[in-house]
Design a protein around this ligand. Structure first.
Ligand code: ADP
Ligand code: MG
Length: 200
């Protein structure tokens, strides 16, 4: 579906990823494991276009797909409600209010946050916040979802529950996922394929 061809990424000339070749299949969950500092986050930022590629390119099967990136910390807008956080990206795209509200409400239900639409981030638990962060990206219907240790800040039972929930959602919707983690149990729970990154 998307081929990362000879990708290299650096910070001011320091090559963190010297050379990477990876093919992601349509609808799969590819888990990328690796120790801290090996370049996993750097790779996701490069794919999402947050960081420039030093070399290489993304080759899409058909037309260029939409990419969504979810970080380890929720990074919600503190002054916006759950609904407003979810609708933010749609609003930025210029989607009319009614359609925006319809899609955000549907996402609230998908996220199992019904009844919490009007809450602000500080009124949510860690797991709820992270679900909103995921929903904010999912509502934009990405073809490729990039997850950077999405549940690592949560305690183990909640992390396992949310990983299972997201796996089921992905099986229903069929978007492609590149899922970064350093946790083996999480990797084995959700992965169709896995890779290990060492020093980029
Ligand atoms: P991982 O996500 O696997 O823990 P990172 O991609 O965050 O690893 O980091 C890979 C390497 O790049 C590390 O050596 C880190 O210190 C370095 N690095 C990360 N971000 C920056 C930055 N903004 N500027 C310079 N070096 C960075
Ligand atoms: Mg990282």
């Amino acid at each position: 579906m998307v081929y990362l061809e000879d990708v290299a990424i650096d910070y001011n000339g320091h090559l963190v990823i010297p050379f990477l070749d990876l093919c992601l299949e349509q609808g799969e969950i590819f888990v990328l494991l690796g120790p801290s500092g090996s370049g996993k986050s750097t790779l996701l930022k490069g794919i999402a276009g947050v960081l420039p590629l030093r070399a290489g390119r993304l080759v899409w099967n058909e037309k260029p797909g939409k990419v969504g990136l979810v970080f380890q910390e929720p990074r919600l807008f503190p002054h916006l409600t759950v609904m407003e956080n979810l609708a933010f990206g749609l609003r930025a795209q210029g989607m009319p209010k009614r359609e925006r509200e319809r899609r955000s409400q549907a996402m609230v239900d998908t996220l199992q946050l019904t009844g919490l639409e009007g809450r602000y981030p500080h009124q949510l638990s860690g797991g709820q916040k992270q679900r909103v962060a995921l929903g904010r990206v999912l509502v934009l219907e990405p073809d490729l979802l990039l997850l950077d240790e999405p549940f690592s800040s949560l305690d183990t039972p909640l992390r396992v529950e949310l990983s299972q929930w997201l796996w089921k959602l992905q099986r229903q919707k069929g978007f492609t996922v590149l899922w970064v983690t350093h946790l083996l149990d999480e990797a084995f729970m959700v992965a169709d394929r896995m890779g290990v990154m060492m020093n980029g």
